[in-house]
Design a binder for this molecule. Structure first.
Ligand SMILES: [Zn+2]
Length: 97
């Protein structure tokens, strides 16, 4: 069975959306309130399967921002996607200081 169809994922996904108030967490960095429609694996499922249900590896996004995290041609993260990995692993340091 596909991971994305599993009960564990569906429950986790719902909890992450609720945690993030159903708002896109990329848009909110820029003061925009866009409804979140998807939950993104910051470190991709294929790279870090152990983190597939870790709350801090999951973030609510709108479709548009989610598309901006993935390079569909190369099946890798975009620089923006990589930035989220770095921020997750580096804590919440302020940028540019
Ligand atoms: Zn967004």
């Amino acid at each position: 069975m596909s991971f994305y169809k599993s009960t564990a994922w569906r429950h986790k996904r719902e909890r992450v959306l609720k945690r993030d108030n159903y708002i896109c967490q990329e848009c909110t960095r820029y003061g925009k309130s866009t409804p979140a429609t998807t939950v993104h694996h910051i470190e991709p499922l294929k790279d870090k399967p152990k983190l597939r249900l870790e709350g801090n590896n999951l973030v609510s996004l709108c479709d548009k921002c989610h598309e901006r995290m993935h390079n569909r041609d190369t099946n890798t993260l975009t620089p923006l996607g990589v930035e989220w990995v770095r921020r997750k692993n580096g804590g919440r340091r302020k940028e540019g200081i």
